[in-house]
Ligand binder design. Sequence first.
Ligand SMILES: [Fe+2]
Length: 311
Amino acid sequence: MSVATHPELDGFARNQSLDGLTEPSLRAIAEGREGYTIETARRFLSFQKRIDAELLKHPIITDNAYTAWFEHSRKSHEQIMSFIVQFSVFSNQFLVAQLQKTLNADTLESMRASKEILANEIGVVFNAPGRKTPGSSDTDRHGDPELVSTEGSVDGGVFRFRAAHFEWLLRIAEKLGLRFEELGRRLHGTESTLFFCDELIRLYGNEDYMTSQAASYAVENWAAAGFWDQLVAGLVNYNTQLDSPLPLAFFTWHARIEGQHAQHTQEELEELYFDRDVDEDAFIETGNEMLEGVAAFWNGLDEQRRRIGAI
Ligand SMILES: [Fe+2]
């Protein structure tokens, strides 16, 4: 977690023993904004210690056996195919969870924040200030993840069927010899993949704002923990065995965007804490419940790849 970078805020944090808070929170405290008291800040910092110890050390964040194997070991065509199929089921069901999160938002601001993710997933390219939407005359490249931005807003962005994340995945799948009808739908999901998807819908998309925020914090920390980079490394390695490499932009795009998310996630947690009454035990419990769902997905993939490997 990165902290304040402004010298005057650094000094303020040190004097008040508030090291560890992000810059927006320190600024709000220094300005005396409503709810932003030194006492709440100290309570937050001890809550953060609990989160670090009781949530972020979950084995699926610190020690994911499947992604470690994926990064370093030799993978068969069959193993890659079954991974892509399960990922495609998750990718589709995530839309349901994200829509529920959008519909259950309790402020316009959080509804819009959820819509950003939803609209981008289904194919609205981010409209990044100062950056031209790729205007390639080659229509095949419209929405190409190698070209589209990982920053900006869907507001004013262009919709392209080909920019749907599912279609990016489809392009890898086609190259592996998978047909559209073999992907995406629940009937292709294993029990553990579907358990994860259903937990996402139940917790991340929950009607109760605090439940969905806790699940969201857990999911975002899992996503920022480096699994995208591990998948990219494993696939780059796999490609060296092929005459015609798999297009990896679905994975490299997500690795790029997650790199930017971690700081934002931390700022959101602080904002939540200063803004609302957070039940700390419930937050940690829900976060862990969500991570158990995440773990079911990866551990299910791990069992599947072992089964295939043993054939
Ligand atoms: Fe995505």
